[in-house]
Structure formats: C-alpha cells, structure tokens
Design a binder for this molecule. Sequence first.
Ligand code: EPZ
Length: 420
Amino acid sequence: MQKLKVKGKNILSGEIKISGSKNATLPILAASILSEKKIDLKRVPIVKDVVTMCHLLKYMGSNIKINSQKKNILINNKNKKFKNIAPYSFVKTMRAGVIVLGSLLARFGKAKVSLPGGCAIGTRPVDIHLYGLKRLGAKIKIKNGYIFAEAKKGLTGAQIKFPSISVGATENVIIAASLASGITYLKNCACEPEIKNLTDFLNKMGANISWLGKREIKIMGCKKFNHVSHQVMFDRIEAGTFIIAGALIGKKLKISGIQTRFLNTEIKILRKMGVRMQISKDHIYILHSPKIKPVKIKTEPYPGFPTDLQAQMIVLMTKAKGKSQIKENIFENRFMHVPELNRMGAKINTLGNLSYVEGPQNLNGAEVMATDLRASVSLVLAGLIANNQTIINRVYHLDRGYEDLEKKLRQCKAKISRIF
Ligand code: EPZ
C-alpha cells in the first residue's frame, strides 16, 4: 500500500492552482445519463472518485472519454443502449454513485441501484433521496441491498419539502425532476455552490431550473436536451485545505483559480483566528501568520462552515494560543483523525460531536493512518508543521479527492513524496 512521507517545518511559498471540484463533477456526470446529446466537461479533477463514476457510467453503457492531460471528459450517448443498473462493486467505494438513481429513473422509468452502505464517517443513509423520488411518483422497494425504483408512466412534478438538508438528495431529485412532466417545487434544499453548478449545467443542457430563494428551487420538466459544454467550478474544499496549509506554515502563499465569494465563512473565521490574507476575487495570498487565536466553531450546511474542512481546521487549532472548540453537526463519526493527531503530540479531547483543542502545541512526526478523505489530508497538514518526518499510511483515501496533492505542495517547497 502506498504511503506519503512528509518532512516538517518547510515554509510554503509560491502558487497553488486549484483544480475543478470533485463534488460538482460527480452529480454532473450522473446527470449526463439524461441526455443523448454530446457533453463536453472542462476542468474536471482527475481523481479516483471521478474515474470510478466514469467507469460506472461506462459499465451502464455511456460512451465516455477522459482526457487526463486536458482535464476534460467527453460524453456522447447517442443511440446508446443503457443498463439501468448501478452495481454494489462501484457504489460501495463511491457513495455518490447513488446519484445516478434520479437520472436512470427519469430517463428509463426503471433503475436498480445498490444501497451505498456506510463509510468511516457515518452510516450515510439515503432515506431523503428516496422520499423525494417517491414524491415524484416513483415506486421504490429495497431488496438484497439494492434500491429497485420504477416509474412506468414517467415521473410527475410535485411540491417537495426535504425533511432535512441533504446535498446528495437535493441533487438526485433536481436531476430526476428535470425530466418529469409538469413543475416541481423543492423546499429546504441544500444550496452548496456545487449544486448551483449542477443546475447551471442542466440549464445549459436545456432544463428549466430557477432558484426562487436560498433553499427553494423551481424545476419545469423538459423533454429534450441540447449539446452542452460546461466548465466545472473550482474545488472549494481543496482551496480551503491549502489556505489552511498557508495559515499553518506559509509565507506569501498564493491560492489561485478560485472564486473567493464562495469562501466567505472560511475567510471570516480564519481572519478571526489571526490569519493574515490578501483577498482578491479569484485568488488569495496567505501571509506569515505567527499569532493564531483560538475559536469556537461548528460545522453546518452551506453557507456555514463546511464539515469537509473540519479535520483541516483542527490542525490549525493546535497552533492557536488557548482552547478551541469545534462541533461536528453533519456526520456522526468524523473525528477519526483526532487519535492520529494526538499521537503526533496534539492535545485534543473529543466528547461526542465536540472536540476541544488546546494549543499552542508542537507536533512531532510519526507514522499515522489515514481513515477517510479529509482526515488523510489533515495528517498531511500536521506533517507539514511537525518536527522530523511523518509517514501517512492508506494514501488511497487521499487519492479519492485531491488531484496532484504532492506535486502542488512540492512546487511550494514542501518536502513530501510518495513511497511505493
Ligand atoms: C456530500 O455528501 C459531499 N459528497 C460530502 O463530501 C459532504 O461532506 C456532504 O455532502 C455534506 O456537505 C459529495 O458531494 C459527493 P448529505 P452527501 O446528504 O450528499 C444525512 C467529501 O469529503 N442524510 O448532505 O452524502 C447524512 O447521513 C465528502 O468530499 C440522511 O440522513 O451528504 C449526513 O448526516 C464527504 N439521509 C447529513 O444528512 C439521506 O438520505 C448530510 O448528508 C441523506 C443524508
């Protein structure tokens, strides 16, 4: 199994160009099933989850080509016969595979999709997805670990208020409603920028989707689509990860290719912590920030502080002078990085969904274990500031969602390499 070796205490300077968003690309790929017309996706991150989603689409019958050099994906489903099945072998490693349910159901009236099953960070249920699809008229039953969904006469627009906020469920239902007959009104939607990028893509394709309010969407079902070329938005979480790297040990580190308007909450909190930044519309300079102050924050759905930056923020809290606190409100088991960070000398105490971090605490290099995508990158961040060397095991978690991580960091003078 591959490992990462990180030598600590090297000041980061230079520029990191942020890749396209994994969490925008995945639902857009799922939505590609709706159309027979050509689709050209640009600025796609070539990461494991995106490749897995492409393999799933190919398995189902999609004519899909990835150009890793150009970071683009070409899809042409003209006259393609589709298998409307998403097998466990794909969905078990990439839960977002369940988002093909909405498009298979809308296009073919029938779908068999594996239940995603849980993962390290939580049980990952899909009850809200199924609730929304049933409201559109789907008949759904669960058997042998699969979702069997049917809509013999097609889906019908409906008024749907989500019982709680779910990114994936919102995406699944938007995609399904795009081909339903009549109008769908969604309330209590997730409103992450990645979902707006999905609706932009669908509208370019010929759908008729409008945001009526922060969490309210109107979807007029359409029957045919056009060719579409779409640039995926920047990866907000990758950007936040590298901004925190700069806050930890950067000196004039430039993070470019971003839209800072989608990072307002993160920027406000980092400023409150004493992180020195120069903010422009499409890039941020992080300056040397010697005095980090403690904060008390909680993770929330967008526009709140994202759960996907919780692990990275905890590493920054170890440098703060005093006691910080972070409350994880989204997932039930998302502190698995804490024991590993404590093995590096951090002083973090976790009680239920609250973690208390005492600082400033010098970290020491150690051999550590990655447990999930964002936990693994928090161990890389810890390695960057720790004394001596840190070895991070199970790097495959990292490869699911970070494109060229080592290369980007090495270009900014980090001492990081992969051990095969
Ligand atoms: C998306 O996951 C992201 N994944 C996650 O990023 C992200 O952490 C999460 O949204 C929250 O922002 C992708 O976009 C591919 P949810 P998703 O449905 O859609 C519960 C990463 O690191 N829930 O908003 O699965 C659920 O258990 C990944 O890139 C139900 O109870 O998240 C969780 O507690 C990790 N029933 C909460 O809602 C449902 O039917 C939020 O989940 C669906 C969700």
